[in-house]
Design a binder for this molecule. Structure first.
Ligand SMILES: Cc1cc2nc3c(=O)[nH]c(=O)nc-3n(C[C@H](O)[C@H](O)[C@H](O)COP(=O)(O)O)c2cc1C
Length: 355
């Protein structure tokens, strides 16, 4: 692990050496990746939306066995057992709670009362304002170029508007991969960067080698944002399966969708009522069809087929556009060292422009 070169509000808040976050990615951000990041001085975040409660506890214990550095857990705020999962974080002294959707106010308070840093992800300034007013310690923005579920506002526009909206530390994610990006984010006023796709494509990630190579073969136009897989805009690799889904009618997709929904219900711990609520609010806010609403629950199963089982003909592969500029699989340590060293050099160089 290299010496600290950049001290920011994030490094101070969380107690990590470098302002670099490995974001929570379902099926990807497991104990090996998280501890690899933590041991390299970054903030690794364990993805728990695709784990049962028991699997999450086992994974937390495994990370603690591999590192004594701080790390985080990414949670689904709408999971039926979200409060129990928060108790698990408290029990095991996890440093950071990250949320894909805005957590409830009482959940934020409970975590903070136990010294856990609460950092929800946001896609709009008003969401940042809301969670900040509820006591969140920091927010992570994800620009539209980012992988997984994503909005349409690019990082270059979302980041300054969220920085203008809130006074808490803001971590920038969506499209980052190198030290120039980290220096630029700090220049905007961010406290650090989060990277998903870049960490998926490391030697430490458990994604099968052939799947990593498939990612690396895609260029910047090799991803697509589709709502047809789960009813919500989701950026993934443009594979033959995704192109077929794009062309198939909603009615034909319904039967396989129902099967995967059942599997997801079992894993996520969400009740039928919660799944239905999810669907209803989606229909109300985004005008989804019945078939699309059902699809919302089965993406995790399709992601598992691609990312864990390596079956790209049955699975989907979430990815940021940044995949198109990546061509190697460094270890987490080599990646973080490189990003931090480059960022420091870039900041020194740009300071030379001052008249
Ligand atoms: C394979 C994959 C899975 C993801 N799963 C989750 C998840 O479970 N929870 C979450 O909050 N974000 C998830 N994301 C989004 C990332 O945490 C992160 O915000 C995004 O990847 C940043 O953009 P980048 O890929 O350009 O770095 C996922 C992204 C990818 C690529």
């Amino acid at each position: 692990m290299i010496e600290q070169q950049l001290r920011t509000a994030l490094t101070d808040l969380v107690g990590v050496r470098h302002p670099v976050v490995q974001t929570g990615m379902g099926w990807v951000a497991g104990p090996r990746l998280v501890s690899g990041t933590a041991n390299a001085g970054g903030l690794g975040i364990l993805a728990s939306a695709t784990m049962t409660y028991e699997e999450l506890e086992k994974a937390i214990i495994e990370v603690k066995g591999r590192t004594d550095q701080p790390f985080g857990v990414n949670l689904r705020a709408d999971a039926g057992d979200a409060s129990d999962r928060c108790d698990l974080l408290i029990k095991h002294g996890v440093k950071v709670a990250s949320f894909a959707l805005a957590p409830k106010q009482d959940l934020i308070k409970k975590l903070k009362d136990h010294g856990i840093v609460v950092m929800p992800s946001v896609g709009l300034p008003r969401h940042a304002e809301k969670v900040a007013s509820w006591g969140a310690d920091a927010v992570m923005i994800q620009g539209g170029e980012g992988g997984g579920h994503t909005g349409s506002v690019p990082t270059t526009l979302l980041l300054p508007s969220v920085l203008d909206a809130v006074d808490i530390p803001v971590v920038a994610a969506g499209g980052f991969f190198d030290g120039r990006g980290l220096a630029a984010a700090l220049g905007y006023g961010a406290a650090g960067i989060g990277m998903g796709t870049r960490f998926l494509l490391t030697a430490d990630s458990a994604v099968p080698q052939a799947v990593k190579e498939l990612y690396l073969s895609h260029d910047v136009n090799g991803t697509v944002v589709t709502a047809k897989v789960d009813g919500m805009p989701h950026r993934m690799l443009r594979t033959p399966l995704v192109e077929e889904i794009e062309e198939t009618s909603a009615v034909k997709r319904l039967a396989p969708t129902m099967r995967r929904t059942l599997e997801f219900k079992r894993t996520s711990g969400m009740s039928w009522l919660e799944l239905a609520k999810d669907g209803r609010s989606m229909k109300k806010t985004q005008g989804r069809t019945l078939a699309q609403m059902t699809l919302a629950a089965n993406t995790p199963t399709m992601l598992k087929a691609g990312l864990v089982d390596g079956d790209t003909s049955a699975g989907v592969l979430a990815s940021g556009q940044v995949v198109g500029v990546l061509d190697d699989l460094p270890t987490c340590e080599a990646l973080i060292d490189r990003v931090v060293t480059e960022a420091a050099a870039s900041l020194r160089r740009t300071a030379g422009f001052l008249a």
